[in-house]
Design a protein around this ligand. Structure first.
Ligand SMILES: Cc1cc2nc3c(=O)[nH]c(=O)nc-3n(C[C@H](O)[C@H](O)[C@H](O)COP(=O)(O)O)c2cc1C
Length: 264
């Protein structure tokens, strides 16, 4: 076969395509476990920050992080039944994909959809730090519609299931310098000690439109405004209102409180 032969040119192109696609497929297969491990590490890093198990300023190694993560009690909550469920595996359940699944997701009634979500998963993966079999912290996933993007975070509650132990946002696409201030560690640190519900059990948490004075009547329930980003800040308040309201975790938290936080 001569070099000018169209058959030879075709065979060379075909061979190159087969070799390249095999290389890409092999890379996908080989890199998948690494990618999954990185996802797991990323998730555990965000959650471990909220557990109180790591001293401030200490950065655990990847191995220590995964060890702490595995040491937590991870469960799936059936939000509408206000109870834990064993139907789904907490380590593989994908809450984000569940939102648009016909069986795993549900539409949110518009009068209750404070966070403008449209739909949510019927189930949520929650993380528990236990001390002598009793609940010390409960970490709940939350999300809300910001000015431009979906904001994803976690809220950790103390054992009273009302006082916020810590909170974090780990994914959002709000404007840098404005809405993305929700990622500021000093602002997130203010959430510690704030309460979600007041003495009467009504939802009270909010991002204030100004500065919250220590000792003021709002001090127990509110964190400072985000300068120049009231739209995102109000969306954070709305997100909390939804997730800690009657269509969110409210009844589940009441059930858990009735059981004195005993989860075993
Ligand atoms: C290009 C552009 C991007 C903006 N991005 C945000 C944002 O991500 N979050 C936000 O709350 N406000 C954002 N704003 C400002 C809002 O329109 C609004 O002015 C602001 O939230 C009001 O906050 P303030 O009462 O603290 O001034 C943006 C404005 C512009 C022009």
């Amino acid at each position: 076969m001569t070099n000018d032969s169209p058959v030879k040119a075709f065979l060379v192109v075909l061979l190159t395509a087969v070799i390249c696609s095999s290389l890409v497929s092999a890379a996908v297969v080989i890199l998948r476990p690494i990618q999954l491990n990185n996802q797991m590490l990323d998730r555990s890093r965000n959650i471990i920050k909220l557990t109180g198990l790591v001293e401030k300023g200490v950065t655990p190694s990847d191995e220590e992080m995964l060890e702490l993560y595995r040491g937590m009690d991870v469960k799936v909550v059936d939000i509408d039944r206000a109870a834990f469920t064993d139907e789904l595996d907490p380590l593989s359940f994908d809450q984000r994909r569940a939102v648009n699944n016909a069986e795993l997701g549900i539409a949110i009634p518009s009068d209750l959809d404070a966070a403008s979500l449209g739909r949510r998963s019927r189930f949520a993966t929650v993380y528990m730090v236990l001390e002598d079999g009793e609940l010390d912290r409960l970490i709940l996933p939350v999300r809300g519609t910001g000015m431009w993007s979906m904001m994803y975070g976690y809220v950790a509650l103390e054992s009273d299931l009302n006082t916020i132990a810590a909170a974090t946002f780990y994914e959002q696409n709000e404007t840098p310098g404005l809405g993305d201030q929700i990622m500021r560690p000093d602002w997130q640190a203010q959430w510690k000690g704030r309460r979600v519900y007041d003495e009467a059990g009504d939802f009270r948490f909010a991002v204030n439109h100004g500065k919250v004075e220590p000792g003021s009547s709002t001090w127990l329930y509110e964190v400072d405004a985000l300068t120049g980003a009231t739209v995102t800040a109000d969306a954070v308040t709305a997100m909390m209102q939804y997730w800690f309201g009657p269509h969110g975790y409210r009844y589940f938290l009441e059930e858990l409180r009735d059981q004195n936080g005993r989860v075993n």
